[in-house]
Design a protein around this ligand. Structure first.
Ligand code: MN
Length: 264
């Protein structure tokens, strides 16, 4: 009788563990201020997280470390979204060039602090466009503030006028990199909506994809499977049911599940 009870108990514990394992992970999505009156994150990120099997939550800008810390308690992974330019003077010590665009100082501070705190805690993190550039800047890298005026010889158009689910320029991807494993190819056409780009890569990070003019299109943290960034917008494809880049989000969800299982 005692033995039967033990077996039942073991089965119950195993079932509970499975249920925990199967839980959808919560993915925090960074946001901006819409006209100063709303919290704004494009629906395409939300849809992509849902399609990949995660629970999306939008993270509003705050500068209170305790609130940020509690935000991070509640998530299993993070997507740093696209958006405005990054203040070059404050974050990588360069005077602004005439081609620099709009900056939102409050968002820069929040995003960079959040990235550093999240990675310190081993939370999986995907940076997209601005988010990818911030990942580089947060750990000591720099950016081109404006490709057309700063990158001599760049003859690829990085500001496409085509739908977001349509790739217009090629990237070459390093074999064996996270991006290569996520989408299963070494060359692919991506969408492109940026005029800034990673210049000097941060220590501890490496470039894993470039466009034909040499612009950095993907980075990852060396020795990690859970911190990576892309210059293009995979959510533009994924949210519109084009599955070329779905693997990027699925990889984040997988890492987020693993992280969740380590959180007690
Ligand atoms: Mn591009």
């Amino acid at each position: 009788m005692k033995r039967v009870l033990t077996i039942v108990l073991v089965l119950l514990v195993a079932a509970a563990a499975c249920a925990q394992q199967g839980k959808k992970p919560v993915i925090g999505i960074s946001s901006t201020w819409g006209e100063g009156t709303s919290v704004s994150a494009p629906l395409t990120y939300v849809k992509s997280v849902l399609r990949a099997g995660g629970v999306p939550v939008v993270l509003p800008i705050t500068h209170d470390p305790e609130i940020m810390s509690r935000m991070l308690d509640g998530v299993d992974g993070i997507i740093m979204t696209g958006g405005e330019d990054i203040d070059p003077l404050k974050w990588f010590g360069e005077e602004p060039v005439p081609g620099m665009g709009q900056i939102v100082p409050e968002r820069d501070s929040f995003d960079i602090a959040l990235i550093r705190m999240a990675i310190e805690r081993n939370i999986p993190l995907l940076g997209i466009c601005r988010g990818h550039q911030l990942l580089n800047v947060a750990f000591g890298g720099s950016l081109y503030q404006d490709i057309p005026s700063q990158v001599r010889g760049s003859n690829v158009k990085h500001s496409q006028r085509a739908p977001t689910y349509y790739g217009t320029h090629t990237i070459d991807i390093e074999k064996g990199s996270l991006l290569n494993k996520q989408i299963g190819v070494e060359s692919v056409a991506v969408n492109s909506y940026h005029h800034q780009a990673v210049k000097d890569i941060a220590p501890g990070y490496k470039v894993t994809a470039r466009s034909k003019d040499g612009i950095v299109e993907a980075i990852e943290k060396i020795g990690s499977t859970k911190v990576f960034g892309v210059q293009f917008h995979p959510e533009g494809f994924t949210a519109n049911n084009v599955d070329t880049f779905l693997g990027i989000f699925q990889h984040l969800i997988k890492e987020a599940k693993n992280y969740s299982a380590t959180k007690k």
